[in-house]
Design a protein around this ligand. Structure first.
Ligand code: ZN
Length: 495
């Protein structure tokens, strides 16, 4: 019956296909054995999640002990199901909570590797960013993340991964593939193209838009002229562009028409001493963050400017979290997921950070105060009507890993002062809204994709319960979260 319906609908579906450049959530029709091995709840015409608590992602209060009915991969209803279709798959989920799949707006498929890094913290050039096509996809899906790659070092690999995932050939998240970093001439990364000028920026965007990427990311050394050309060209292709900036300040980027800024308010250089136009100061925004205290005139003016220009901001608190020994947040699961060389490098770096903090408590206190101020500016931005989104920037640095980092981001948003329900909205519906996907993902509502995370416990009361992932539904197929996460153990940093 289903096949017949599909045939009949073909022309209409064709009409609904996303315009080129538009981010899409494609559901595979067939799953290969490489994917089905991780399936816990196979696709079915009817699936009923019974007696479950629902956090719908809109910020609305949680609904206790109700039913979520899934019909052919889409959410059919939320509410106690009077009648259950014969043959339906029924999951008794008393004591569990379901919330929308996380929409990771600053996620990567690579990690950062420093050749021969030693315990004193020195390493040999070149700085590398190896692609991790296996462990990253398994960690994202295992943690229930749909993601934007936010700057690619192997764009063809990212594109092929997305397409293989969409065809059901490999397990993984829905992906918004961001083009290669649009980086200026002074880049420290040997795998990035160094833009020559504005025309090169325009041509690079045009080329990759035609290759199939669906968003763009500008990086630290890009100049105003190059950024302007990239923004105009991305918009000409109907795509959005974000930036982890430095040479260009936040107000300049907003005036140029950027759509999104990465790393909260941690990398704005407008008040950095000696800041020259189109130059990235080596203070990379810390003095500005120290001076621009939440509630102050300068902060208010900058935030009002971003809001009036509809610039969204991505909160990436996990990668900014100081290595404050009092806040030991290294989780055993994170260490166990790292490959041995990656774990060694992380522990060397962390040990040095702790030694520095112990040797210079004022500096440690200053960093902790800046982190708190960064958190307060994100709250102020939301209070002013700004669209805040979430993504951990997982590259291994700071112990931030795919999936686990996305959960840590939500926990830190709560530490920043948002309620658990607000934090989950920031990490789900807000990202989906920015991506133009709010009709299909980002919240739990009839007609939307059954992209859902089932956890033990109640994140609306204890946010760290979001870590207790058991089943991750993607397009209505229930994946075994722990099996996916287990499969990446000891592999992060290897492949
Ligand atoms: Zn990043």
């Amino acid at each position: 019956m289903r096949v017949l319906r599909v045939l009949l609908l073909a022309p209409m579906i064709l009409m609904m296909l996303p315009a080129r450049g538009q981010v899409a959530v494609k559901s595979p029709t067939m799953l290969s054995p490489a994917v089905t091995r991780y399936v816990k709840v196979p696709a079915a015409e009817w699936i009923v999640l019974k007696n479950v608590r629902v956090i719908d992602g809109t910020g609305a209060p949680a609904i206790e002990k109700t039913d979520v009915v899934i019909h052919n991969g889409k959410i059919d209803s939320i509410g106690v199901a009077e009648k259950i279709a014969p043959g339906a798959t029924v999951l008794e989920l008393n004591g569990h909570t379901v919330f929308p799949g996380l929409v990771g707006m600053h996620d990567h498929m690579y990690n950062i590797a420093r050749p021969n890094l030693n315990a004193a913290g020195s390493s040999e050039p070149p700085l590398m960013v190896p692609q991790l096509a296996f462990s990253s996809t398994h960690l994202y899906l295992g943690a229930g993340v749909t993601m934007r790659t936010t700057g690619s070092v192997e764009p063809y690999t990212d594109l092929n991964m997305r397409d293989a995932i969409d065809k059901g050939e490999i397990p993984g998240p829905h992906m918004d593939v961001t083009g290669p970093y649009l980086e200026g001439s002074k880049s420290v990364f040997i795998q990035m193209h160094k833009l020559r000028d504005a025309e090169d920026a325009r041509a690079t965007v045009d080329f990759w838009a035609k290759q199939g990427v669906t968003s763009f990311k500008a990086y630290m050394f890009i100049t105003r002229a190059e950024l302007k050309a990239a923004i105009d060209e991305a918009h000409r292709h109907g795509m959005k562009i974000t930036g982890h900036l430095c040479a260009v300040t936040y107000p300049e980027a907003a005036e140029l028409g950027i759509d999104n800024l990465e790393h909260g308010f941690f990398v704005n250089t407008q008040l950095d001493p000696g800041k020259q136009p189109d130059e990235c100061p080596n203070t990379v925004g810390s003095p500005t963050l120290q001076k621009m205290t939440a509630g102050g005139e300068e902060a208010k003016a900058m935030i009002d400017l971003l809001v009036s220009h509809h610039v969204a901001v991505t909160s990436t608190l996990p990668v900014m979290e100081p290595d404050d020994a009092t806040q030991v947040h290294i989780q055993p699961r994170v260490l166990e997921t790292m490959a041995v060389p990656t774990r060694e490098a992380y522990l060397y770096t962390r040990n040095l950070e702790l030694m520095r903090a112990a040797a210079n408590p004022e500096m440690a206190a200053q960093r902790a105060a800046m982190f708190k101020n960064g958190m307060a500016l994100e709250r102020e931005f939301v209070a002013a009507g700004g669209l805040l989104m979430a993504g951990p920037d997982p590259t291994g640095d700071g112990g931030v890993l795919p999936g686990y980092g996305d959960q840590r981001e939500v926990e830190l948003l709560v530490e920043a002062g948002f309620t658990p329900l607000e934090a989950i909205k920031i990490a789900t519906l807000n990202g989906a809204t920015f991506e133009g996907l709010a009709n299909s993902i980002g919240s739990i509502a009839p007609g939307k994709n059954a992209d859902l995370v089932v956890v033990g416990g109640d994140p609306s009361r204890k946010i760290s319960d979001i870590e207790n992932t058991e089943i991750v539904f993607k397009d209505g197929v229930g994946f075994d979260s722990q099996k996916l996460l287990e499969s990446a153990k000891g592999r992060y940093g290897q492949y």
